[in-house]
Design a protein around this ligand. Sequence first.
Ligand code: KG4
Ligand code: ZN
Length: 334
Amino acid sequence: MKRNLILAIESSCDETAAAVVEDGCKICSNIVSSQINVHKKYGGVVPEVASRIHVENISVVIEEALAQAEVTMDDILAIAVTQGPGLVGSLHVGVQAAKTLAWYYDKPLIPLHHIIGHIYANRFVDELRFPMIALVVSGGHTELVWMKDEWSFEILGTTQDDAIGEAYDKVSRVMGTGYPGGPVIDKMAKQGHPHYTLPKPKTEKPLDFSFSGLKSAVLQLIDRENKKGEELNKEDLSYAFQEAALDTLLKKTMQAVKEFKPKQVVLAGGVAANSRLREKISEMIQETPEVHLTIPPLWCCTDNAAMIGAAGWTAYTHGLNGSLDIAANPSMEI
Ligand code: KG4
Ligand code: ZN
């Protein structure tokens, strides 16, 4: 019997990843080759370096994904790939690999939006109930996505400036605590106390977000402490930054929940790995006991190809089929 196997490829930032996913929710293999140790030295992802490493690794991770799943290209039903958004040179490598395989093996090609992949990662741990709200929080995105039904997406609110993960990374850089900043600040904030005061971000539209003001406030605070000759307490600063960033994020999510009345809320994206966010959203959702909350396990919060396979299967069943002339789309919209 023909199996519903999707070969998925993800290379939008600094992970070269390939996976084989069956029926949209069963992982046969999930290979991620991370470049984090290379980019750490530079304090952030260097796009040119990232694309070169993707070129070196892409065929290796694809071969590994097929081998671990114990399948060949003949068994694959369709090829799903992240088309955007992301770093253009990085995206090109995955898109080109997917196009080549689709052409050579005469398979359907499914180009996907990276964030839709993050949302569908929840399918590995739970069923999805619609209408649904996804709180997408990553290095490039901060969005409230309304899904009235399967494969239907509407942005209710987005960031007016920096993404929340970007703010974590920048704050960590100015504190001199390295890249990626999210996990470091998450850990340090646990030892911190309410000592510093930072302003809560404000926006014009009620469901939009803003993080650049908060980032500037952190910079000013560091400057002030330096001028006073005071030693900066990084744990306390991590605590203050994290509480301010998460406070508005969660208030707005709850506002959207009360207004739109979804059956389910899901977290998605790298920042969904944050322990304080996971704790706070679980607490806050108790105000609306009729709403089911799904928090993805840590392994599928950050970038991987299995999530692209999960989204790819749903896209395939909805008739999405890309042509062989598609190109990477670094500013792709949902
Ligand atoms: O989804 P992802 O792997 O890549 C993008 O699509 O951007 O997210 C990466 C982001 C980085 O900004 C990183 O600092 C953040 O997720 N991140 C975290 C945590 N783990 C990763 N942010 C806060 N707390 C964490 N524990
Ligand atoms: Zn991501």
